[in-house]
Ligand binder design. Sequence first.
Ligand code: 5GP
Ligand code: ZN
Length: 115
Amino acid sequence: MSFPLDCLFCQIVAGETDTEVIAQNASAIAFRDINPQAPVHVLVVPREHYADVAALAQADPAALADLIALAQEVALELGDGDYRLIFNSGPTAGQSVYHCHGHIIAGKTLGWTPA
Ligand code: 5GP
Ligand code: ZN
């Protein structure tokens, strides 16, 4: 399967980095964020390249469902099962990597100051 050569998360999916994959299913993989913002901060990304979550939802809703199922699995494995799942979409919203990814944030009582 071809993928954007300059996409960091495609390279991680392809096993071309030393990133440890901590969970996976047919459609998605999970790995720890390099700059964690909470005791549990894990990224879930589809194996296929889509720029953001809306593009994934439109092209492959089953893969998005798999990605969310994987997020819940990780939250149950690494914490008590409660979690926040964040998809930054667009630069103004803080997206810096243009390969769809959800941030699983958990492991503490979370505040609510996203804006
Ligand atoms: P965004 O800002 O696009 O919502 O999220 C991108 C996330 O990717 C950031 O939280 C950033 O810390 C993480 N990240 C960037 N480069 C790497 C990397 O090489 N490895 C890992 N594991 N995470 C990365
Ligand atoms: Zn990619």
